[in-house]
Design a protein around this ligand. Sequence first.
Ligand SMILES: Cc1ncc(COP(=O)(O)O)c(C=O)c1O
Length: 440
Amino acid sequence: MNATTPLDLSSYWMPFTHNRYFKQRPKLVASGRGSYLTLTDGRRVFDCLSGLWCTPMGHCAPQIVQAIQEQVAGLDYTPGFQLSHPGAFELATRIAELAPAPLNRVFFANSGSEAVDTALKIAIGYHRLRGEASRTRLIGRERGYHGVGLGGTSVGGISPNRKMFAPLMISNVDHLPHTHNLAHMQFTRGQPAWGAHLADELERIVALHDASTIAAVIVEPMQGSAGVIVPPKGYLQRLREICDRHGILLIFDEVITGFGRVGANFGSQRLGVTPDLICFAKAVTNGVVPFGGVIAKQSVYDTFMTGPAHAIELFHGYTYSGHPLACAAGNATLKLMQETGAIKRAAMLEPVLEHAMHSLREEPHVNDIRNFGLAAALELKPRDGQPGMRAMEMFERGLDAGILLRFTGDTLAVAPPFISTEDEIELMVARIRELLRELK
Ligand SMILES: Cc1ncc(COP(=O)(O)O)c(C=O)c1O
């Protein structure tokens, strides 16, 4: 392809995209630097969601670029089964140090979806090894997003993601109700006071199926993809208590909340609840190389470490588990976060984002604003007969106004890079305000 040959858009089947609409109005990114992306038509936009929640340290951070360049020139790939390389162990150690104790054993995958399916398998295997093979039921939550693997789709609770594949869904799955209720929590700053009692639904599910059939509960500490649904105060504590009471593993899917997004290493620490397994991905490599994994409590790991020492303990893994480039990116990202105090910076910016976003409350079309950590959502009133169109127009017009917004349905989510300045956050919100005022 050169300047005189038009780009053929027909072959690429794009993910989670309206392919036919996109190909009539293509939007292609040429380059990224810091908190900004530049489109091929020259428009430069502030990256309001840090990519897809995954580039908190900004694009093309020189330290990460250099680490990958050095790695690829020295060791580009090694099998990860019965063999490894130093960078994988270094990264697992770094992640274990950031994780809440006693979670300190780290399994590597290549994405959030793989991390989730890995965690579900670990949960099932754990009970089986302990002589409780009847514990096979998995409990997710309405509106939860746990990626697109068959396990993650089954425990997920976003119906368009599930309905086409209904025959493939794992049958032994139940869902907790979601916690979003505008009548009780509209325009709440931070955690809503209402809703802890919704965790008690888990007791109802236990009573229905019996605890001896339930392996694990999986929830995002803060639901990200569904539009920043913040856990009510005390809700996760109650889930933890009920899981403990019935011997059920609690899995936090921290693919979005991990590595600083909520102003602490993990949502677990910010919210004061320790799960048995944590899924992570996204920010761990600053989105530069696909990566993800699961952090397990030592007791979960130890349960697998029985039998003869020469036998494989977990028949699970990926060709690219612990890929040298991903590990180089992960080590460089976590080192950079530590050296620059990035997670403290995210915490420091939280009130700036909160104040700016909630100042939009009286603007036209605004139905709700919510925020937690360095993340916020703006829910729009749907246009009559055209749900989702207002948010889509905000996205399209935002590109001309210098901001890249992300929308699902009528909700816009923002989660700016940790390297953003206060002025950039204010400017982002000022531009959203202008767009809201122009919107029909
Ligand atoms: C909470 C959560 N889990 C899992 C995933 C899936 O991650 P991936 O797209 O890397 O497979 C996502 C992606 O947004 C997510 O937000």
